[in-house]
Design a protein around this ligand. Structure first.
Ligand code: NAD
Length: 275
């Protein structure tokens, strides 16, 4: 398999390119994941909130391959909680029907007070059980990371954050590098927003590739873990066909200039509240 593996700070390894299933209808999920596994993906990113863990688990169990599975803890209210996180993990693994989860993330750092640090403490304990290999977080800023680490002494293996050519998170990536946290990019294609970009289009034409392939290649060369989503079989396959070309240093630099102050698509973790 052509996919490089990234070593995490707990000694485990994660395939750098995975398949995201956010907003994939449960009725379409088995087909999409099976297509991805046939194409060569060995890593699937789901979440309790996506309501398709059951279907992800069915496709993974039907495959003969070793598949790296990530799911996420969705705190039901703003009260993250120690007990709630433990119960939620058990429900996720039951829905998946797998004997273990490779990576379990706190989906959002919301909650005032003790909030997310209490759930992080629960995850640090869950990791010591047979059913869970690695633990991490999602949508954490440097402030959230510092607090979770200070209060538990445990550094997340991964922080999954919005990251794409229009929202590059350079400062947060530097913080991750210093702390030994792997950066995982969600919305890696800007949820479609970057696909018409003229600079990316020119680079794509130079390589005889699509813009989506250039952007996924950019993530791989940047060192981020990348989990593009599609339900279209040809795109699922094309998004994996990124190991036969390389962006030059100059092309990497011109993509770096596409970063924008208003490039964020998703909610700002500093102000996000549940609807
Ligand atoms: P994405 O950047 O992967 O974009 C997906 C969209 O781009 C698709 O709906 C499709 O319309 C389009 N697309 C995909 N491949 C294409 C191609 N080859 N050509 C043309 N168009 C193409 O956005 P995403 O799904 O939001 O993010 C990827 C994954 O990240 C999700 O599925 C999920 O697993 C994860 N995610 C996590 C969070 C979080 O809060 N942790 C938030 C959003 C997404």
């Amino acid at each position: 398999n052509a996919v490089p593996r990234i070593e995490l700070n707990d000694g485990t390894q994660i395939p750098q390119l995975g398949f995201g299933v956010y907003q994939i209808d449960p009725a379409e999920t088995e087909q999409a994941v099976s297509t991805a596994l046939e194409a060569g993906y060995r890593h699937v990113d789901t979440a309790a909130a996506y309501r398709n863990e059951r279907q992800v688990g069915e496709s993974v169990r039907a495959s003969d391959e070793q598949v790296y599975v990530t799911t996420k803890y969705m705190n039901p209210t703003e009260d993250h909680g120690y007990e709630d996180a433990k119960g939620a993990f058990q429900r996720s693994i039951d829905r998946l029907g797998l004997d273990h989860v490779d990576l379990y993330l706190i989906h959002f750092p919301i909650g005032a007070g003790e909030g997310y640090t209490a759930s992080w403490r629960a995850l640090t304990e869950l990791r010591n059980t047979d059913g869970l290999r690695s633990i991490g977080v999602s949508n954490f800023t440097s402030t959230h990371l510092a607090r979770a680490i200070d209060e538990t002494g445990v550094t997340p293996a991964v922080n999954q954050v919005e990251l794409h050519p229009y929202f590059q998170q350079a400062e947060l990536r530097r913080d991750h590098a210093q702390r030994g946290i792997a950066t995982e990019a969600w919305g890696p294609l800007g949820q479609g927003a970057v696909l018409e970009d003229p600079v990316l289009t020119e680079i794509a034409e130079a390589h005889g590739k699509t813009v989506a392939q250039v952007v996924i290649r950019w993530h791989l060369q940047l060192g981020t873990i990348v989990i593009p989503k599609s339900v279209t079989a040809s795109r699922i396959r094309a998004n994996f066909d990124v190991f036969d070309f390389e962006l030059t240093t100059e092309q990497m630099r011109s993509i770096e200039t596409l970063d924008r102050a208003d490039g964020r698509n998703g909610p700002d973790p500093n102000t996000f509240v549940f609807p």
